[in-house]
Design a binder for this molecule. Structure first.
Ligand code: PXL
Length: 275
């Protein structure tokens, strides 16, 4: 069985980060070890959340594993709490990474043109550095804009997107998966091979509501799929299709969108799509 470690916070309620990554990656038949980087009562879109960073635990956990000679097929990072914590996580990736470890970075920090509330203006630059060390990065358009100092636009053309992809590639990562792209009336995900410059697109249905935590659903499914031996295109397709299915299941719910999607109810869809 493949084993990954996912490094991100645990928001105790509000379906995102580890409460999404663990069940999804496990259901896909991949072992998910975790390094929880912070504990929050809820994610940061709720009011009055509690927050405790676990900075002082991150390196000791990695040291223990290193001493036990544990190996990881993948390392997947998500929401990280501060620029300082990003530096710590970069050190841990260096420690735990073997020759065949795939590093996937989801720069979970912004959406709809805005940084999440807990971050300062220096954060995107620190995240860009982490992205530069990754095999695959999974930004949405807002995150891509913040990291590349590009003006965020809702209306754009293919030139704008191509320029964004090139600037992301210049960080040093191998592949970029850009989410939430609207081109010529079609909506979906672009995958960019930084070496060859090849772009592949996967367009899919855009539902009428959006929910918090769907970036984490996409990233977790994508990582699980790659670990299950699917290629980039198949992995992007499964991640996008499952995310759409989660939204479809939740769309009529009266629960506010920051509570996340009912991914649990459509786990069968995901598992049935595995080979
Ligand atoms: O889903 C991203 C996420 C993860 N963790 C925390 C968050 C957010 C988004 O706001 O606040 C703590």
């Amino acid at each position: 069985m493949k084993r990954i470690v996912t490094i991100q916070d645990i928001s105790c309620l509000g379906k995102c980060s580890l409460t999404v990554a663990l069940p999804i990656i496990s259901a896909m038949g991949v072992e998910a070890a975790i390094i929880p980087t912070a504990v929050l009562s809820t994610h940061t879109m709720f009011k009055n959340f509690t927050f405790k960073d676990l900075d002082d635990q991150i390196v000791p956990i990695a040291n223990h594993w290193k001493n036990e000679n544990l190996k990881f097929d993948g390392i997947y990072t998500g929401y990280l709490a501060s620029s300082e914590q990003i530096k710590t996580v970069m050190g841990v990736i260096d420690m735990l990474k073997g020759d065949n470890t795939l590093v996937v970075v989801d720069p979970a920090m912004a959406d709809n043109g805005k940084l999440y509330p807990a971050f300062d203006d220096a954060f995107p630059k620190a995240m860009a550095k982490l992205c530069g060390t990754a095999d695959i990065v999974l930004p949405n358009i807002t995150e891509a804009c913040f990291m590349t100092d590009t003006e965020y636009k809702e209306d754009y053309d293919a030139d704008y997107i191509n320029a964004l992809l090139k600037k992301l590639a210049a960080f040093g990562c191998k592949k970029v998966v850009l989410k939430g792209v609207n081109l010529d009336g079609k909506y979906g995900v672009l995958s960019y091979d930084c070496e060859s410059g090849e772009i592949k697109s996967y367009f899919h249905e855009k539902l009428s509501r959006s929910f918090h935590g769907t970036g984490d659903i996409f990233a977790s499914t994508f990582v699980g799929a790659v670990m299950r031996g699917m290629d980039m295109e198949e992995s992007v397709k499964l991640a996008a299709d499952y995310t759409v299915e989660c939204i479809r299941k939740t769309i009529d719910s009266e629960t506010p969108n920051w509570y996340g999607v009912d991914f649990e109810a459509v786990m069968g869809f995901l598992v049935n799509r595995l080979k």
